[in-house]
Design a protein around this ligand. Sequence first.
Ligand SMILES: [Zn+2]
Length: 344
Amino acid sequence: MIRRYVKKWLHLPSCTTDHLFYTSTAMGGLGLPRLSKSAPCSRINTKRAVLNSKDENITSFVKTTGIEDEIRDTADKLNIRIPSNPKQPATWRKNEEKEWAAQPAAGKGRKHFEHKCSNSWLQAGSKYLREGDIISALQVRADTYPTRVALARADGREDITCRRCKTAPETGGHISGHCPAMKGYRINRHNGIVETLCDRLKSKGWLVSKEPQMRDAEGKLWIPDIIAVKDGKAVLIDPTVVYESNGDALSRANQAKVRKYLHLVPVIKEQFGVTEVTVRGLAVGARGGWCKGNAKTMEIVGLNDKGLHSFICRFALRGTLNLLRIFTDGRGPGARTATAPMGL
Ligand SMILES: [Zn+2]
């Protein structure tokens, strides 16, 4: 009932995964109550408390009543998780995340949203996104944003080719990451993250070179996004925005950046007069996802500030929402985007 109302209120299509509603907000859902699970779950916890009573007379008596089978049956039926440690309560919400992640379309990229910084815009009372953007963001997260591919799943339409470039199926990933018609907006989204990082690095005392030009031993020109120098050490950081797909797309993107720039280490040493060079990528999800390895990168440069990590995730998400809106509204590249950095 609540779910149906919220679906209507948020203009989410009826095919939207239920797990979006019940997964906790910290993990990228709406954290709604689910009485059909929460009530039996608390009954299970009461029964477990009796079963694990310190009074052996009580425990041996209740065991004869079949209470253990009852707990197991209810837990299996409702997918309630029972921890092996009797002191930990049984839970149902954690399994919502798992079931969501297992869904072929709606669960794509889910692991990237299992970081608090990816979901700051979902926290109660947060005003980071406007109402219309929240609805679009939820659609993007549940893979129901009305691209032709998503619409075909709902209404069976045959033409799923990108309405702009006509070269690939029109998916969120194509529009966000590959469609040539959206190139300018993609660059704006990326540049906004680079600018934010440069500003924050400078505030931490790093000497920052944005897009420095350097030539490798073969004379080939390379232009990484950022080289930050402090105390005889340099850190090359090359941010990238990646659409969260199956597997560990963001980690792979970070590794690819290291492979791309590692050979520049001797050049950086010479050009910047440093003795130590670290090469890092900073892959941010187009749908606001985050990657565990990014925390390490931010720690290396002293930007281990969760507020900043959340800001970067929101910035990428807002850039993608803007890009998708421009794509579907039919405005051409070159129009102003709404991706100017927001205040922290
Ligand atoms: Zn296209």
